[in-house]
Design a protein around this ligand. Structure first.
Ligand SMILES: [Zn+2]
Ligand SMILES: [Zn+2]
Length: 277
């Protein structure tokens, strides 16, 4: 695995006054949360751990919770939302989500934060000095992915997608840092003890992105300026980080893109911060 050209802490590199970056606090089917660092504050992207665990991980990467200005939620599944209300209410910051996500969260007690702002895929917003663009992805509940842009620097973040649509390809083009789901290995999924209906859901067009489809999509997703790639939301049962690393190495070699460094996000611990300079 190539080493990522990123620093090991979430403090901006010296001399980088308008820092822009991303710290993945954890990713997988048991919880997802990341920090997008902007020139005017930080955004929390998904809040799918317990509030206690989320605060521990923020402390571990030296991000002051008070520096968070908003929470962005991709969709209603609990591995993306479990601490949304508590963190939003406790920090007094708004949570941004789609009306459909609001409807789903409203069905459960205590899941909707006091301060919510509804967003629409395709309607960009500016937060913390970052141009934030939500766009629709195909999942078994209404879901969005995001791009984050500061000046000419762009981060793309897409997990929980059944396939990489033409819209997703267009939106994710030109990213210096791309975070892409590699949820399952089809052989491991087939061999797993999961019910056939669940296997079909995961592998379907409204499920999750498997290793082969993610690797295939790299041909169109990698741009000349892409420097770092993160594979995320790996299934613990139906995938293996070593396998994803092998596939990524051979795919990047095939595409003659060994200049792109890749990392694999963990369910259990944060990844080092990626700074875009
Ligand atoms: Zn998920
Ligand atoms: Zn999901």
């Amino acid at each position: 695995m190539n080493p990522a050209s990123s620093s090991s802490t979430s403090n901006p590199p010296t001399g980088l006054s308008r820092a822009f970056g991303c710290t993945i606090l954890g990713s997988g089917s048991k919880g997802n949360a990341s920090v997008i660092h902007g020139p005017e504050g930080n955004l929390l992207l998904d809040a799918g751990f317990s509030a206690k665990e989320l605060m521990c991980r923020l402390e571990r990467v030296h991000v002051d919770p008070c520096s968070l200005r908003a929470i962005l939620i991709t969709h209603d599944h609990s591995d993306h939302t479990s601490a949304c209300r508590i963190v939003s209410d406790r920090l007094g910051i708004p949570a941004y989500f789609m009306p459909e996500t609001f409807c789903e969260l409203s069905k459960c007690a205590n899941k909707v934060p006091a301060h919510k702002i509804l967003i629409t895929p395709g309607s960009p917003l500016d937060l913390c000095g970052i141009h934030v663009e939500p766009f629709s992805i195909s999942h078994d509940t209404p879901a969005i992915a995001f791009t984050f842009t500061v000046h000419t620097h762009k981060i793309g973040f897409a997990t929980d997608l059944g396939f990489v649509s033409n819209l997703a390809k267009a939106k994710l083009s030109g990213c210096e840092l791309l975070v892409l789901e590699t949820n399952y290995d089809p052989v491991k999924l087939r061999a797993s003890a999961r019910p056939i209906t669940l296997k079909r859901r995961i592998a379907g067009k409204q499920g999750h992105l498997g290793n082969p489809d993610a690797m295939e999509a790299l041909a169109e997703l990698l741009s000349p300026n892409t420097r770092n790639l993160v594979f995320a939301h790996l299934s613990q049962e139906c995938n293996d980080p070593g396998l994803v690393a092998e596939l990524a190495e051979s795919r990047l070699a095939e595409l003659q893109r060994q200049d792109v460094s890749f990392r694999i996000a963990s369910q259990f611990e944060p990844l080092e911060t990626f700074w875009l300079e």
